[in-house]
Design a protein around this ligand. Structure first.
Ligand code: F6R
Length: 590
């Protein structure tokens, strides 16, 4: 969480550039922000609770400077207010921080004994004091920066300014940081999209790197081996393409992305995807929506590819006892490629020598780099905090992997029928996205306090994602149950008009789910049924009919109405759809 940016330039327009870059990082946290810049040899700090636009109101854009650092925050230590906002200053040190320092309380006590007085509740102010103290002792900034890693426990990417020094410094451990290279300017940033308005050339910094930028850049202890990357994607970052929200834009990008992935891999009969038949144990690990894709994959692999798969939430997987054999593989799913819990699992698995495969969107992200093998989602940067296009791209890759196993095992004798299906998939998706009936249903349910989702097996896995989308952007309480499970307690919450959204696409157990729908109807529920089956019941209040497609492609189709329903419910409630409260796009703390 949190985004950091720093610029050292030979031009004097750095305030404007820094804030522009900061806007691109706002998805990482948006409860407060701040900037520090060199103003006539003195460091000036301006910070503000709220959005970056609130900060900008306090800034004198006419001030000329060639050096600045800035931060957009997702509060971890201490609530969101002006004081806790970054940058933090202590003695000769001013810095911005992304990450979390686990031993901050102990360090703070030691530093208080040395007469450091703290104004904020943050761990970041502790780093500033610690570094100031270390520079005072060593009289050598680089020495102090090298020593910092021996004192700090936790994760950090730091952008640092020192009084009376016009260089920009940075260090990192377990939090992402890149170094951007332009002809007149050097950048440090939490991710690549932040700097793309100015340059597409960058170096991915590694743990324990120390960067000093004066008239050029220096990376210690090792610079020679660092590869300069060129970002080549043509996706626009800033442009909503006329859509009211990034979420809606990204929902509309899905037909193109899914079609591209399906055609790319099916063209060569899936030869470009890894062979998973050599593994007897497949664990799939992710957080949030990425975990939901793992659950969808589990049912696809098991039902249609006769392959056992276990799906795990990363924050549990990293602490539970895991059993591996000589033919285990762990697949990691992540849009950002930086999610702290998922990354920790990658490192554990690597340490045990277990093969790993990343399914990731962000190019060169930590998870992509650290796994043995990576399949990129090629979905382009996802800006809306609630994932849509990355989720369906993940499902697409996982479906193709399941399909490949099925094909290799001879459960499917040829790929012709699915190849034929994908020609229509784009049209089907576009048609579903353009259906205006979601607005009608949204109007029926947007004022409710609780909304329930039910489904069985794969439909349950899809429903979980529908419910998450709804609750995270509309703030309406929502729960999902395997359809047969609701009556074991939660049915007591059903009252007159309670919306229950049932997903029925798995054709082997339709009747059982219809019975469950009838049970909730008897208790007053308003039943919305999302189905690709030809079914009716007096208990159904509204049916969202979707087309029947190949089972491997079905989850991609089925989630679309649920994404849009969540979107319109949030819109009717006047919610901040792209930046829901309390959330951030990239969860880089545990
Ligand atoms: C929900 C959502 C989150 C993410 C989760 C994992 O809309 O976006 O649940 O799926 O935080 O993030 P990544 O995929 O970046 O690892």
């Amino acid at each position: 969480m949190c985004g950091i940016i720093g610029i050292k330039s030979s031009d004097n327009d750095v305030i404007k550039k820094t804030l522009n870059c900061l806007h691109h990082l706002e998805y990482r946290g948006y409860d407060s922000s701040g900037i520090a810049y060199l103003d006539h040899d003195k460091i000036k700090i301006i910070k503000k609770k709220g959005r970056i636009s609130d900060l900008e109101e306090k800034i004198d854009f006419s001030c000329e400077t060639n050096l600045a650092i800035a931060h957009t925050r997702w509060a971890t230590n201490g609530k969101a207010n002006d004081t806790n906002a970054h940058p933090h200053h202590m003695g000769q040190v001013t810095l911005v921080h992304n990450g979390i320092i686990e031993n901050a309380a102990i360090l703070k006590k030691e530093l208080e004994k040395k007469n450091y007085h703290f104004k904020s509740d943050t761990d970041t102010e502790v780093i500033a004091a610690l570094l100031d103290d270390m520079v005072n002792q060593t009289h050598d900034k680089m020495e102090a920066l090298k020593e910092l890693k021996t004192k700090l426990v936790g994760s950090y990417a730091l952008g640092i300014l020192f009084d009376n020094d016009d260089a920009l410094y940075a260090v990192k451990k377990d939090s992402p940081l890149i170094l951007g290279l332009d002809t007149n300017s050097y950048f440090i940033a939490s991710d690549v999209p932040a700097i793309l308005d100015y340059t597409n050339k960058y170096i991915v910094l590694e743990d324990n790197d120390i960067v000093k930028i004066d008239t050029t850049y220096h990376i210690y202890p090792e610079q020679a081996s660092r590869k300069i990357h060129h970002f080549t994607s043509s996706y626009s970052l800033d442009d909503k393409d006329g859509f009211a929200h990034y979420m809606l834009k990204e929902i509309n990008e899905q037909p193109g992305i899914i079609y591209h992935l399906l055609s790319k891999y099916l063209k060569n009969d899936l030869i470009d995807l890894p062979d998973l038949t050599i593994y007897q144990q497949i664990d799939i690990v992710g957080c949030g929506s990425a975990y939901h894709t793992a659950l969808v994959a589990k049912t696809l692999f098991e039902e249609y590819s006769d392959t056992k798969v276990s799906a795990y939430v990363a924050s549990e997987y990293r602490y539970q006892k895991n059993f591996y054999s000589s033919n285990s593989i762990v697949i990691f799913i992540s849009q950002s490629g930086e999610t702290a819990d998922t990354l920790a699992c990658v490192r554990q698995v690597k340490e045990k020598g277990i093969p790993s495969l990343a399914i990731v969107n962000t190019i060169s992200s930590s998870i992509a780099r650290e796994c043995d093998n990576v399949i990129y989602l090629e979905a382009g940067p996802e800006i809306a905090v609630a994932t849509t296009k990355a989720y369906t791209a993940q499902i697409t890759i996982l479906s193709l992997l399941a399909l490949k196993i099925s094909y290799q095992k001879g459960l499917i004798t040829n790929l012709d029928s699915i190849k034929k299906d994908i020609r229509h998939i784009k049209e089907v998706l576009i048609h579903l996205i353009n259906d205006i009936n979601y607005i009608k249903i949204a109007k029926k349910i947007y004022q409710r306090r609780d909304i329930f989702f039910i489904g069985r097996l794969i439909d349950y896995a899809i429903a979980l994602e529908g419910s998450l989308k709804l609750k995270e952007i509309s703030y309406i309480h929502s729960e999902t149950y395997p359809a047969g499970e609701l009556k074991h307690g939660t049915i007591s919450l059903i009252e007159d008009g309670s919306p229950v959204i049932s997903v029925i696409t798995y054709d082997k157990i339709i009747d059982k789910t219809i019975s469950n729908i009838e049970e909730v109807k008897a208790r007053g529920a308003y039943n919305i049924v999302l189905t690709n089956q030809n079914i009716t019941s007096k208990a159904f209040d509204y049916v969202i009919q979707i087309p029947k497609v190949n089972a491997f492609l079905n989850p991609i189709i089925t989630i679309i109405p649920l994404q849009l329903l969540a979107y319109y419910v949030a819109r009717l409630n006047g919610c901040d759809i792209d930046k829901p409260r309390n959330l951030a796009k990239s969860v880089t703390v545990e």
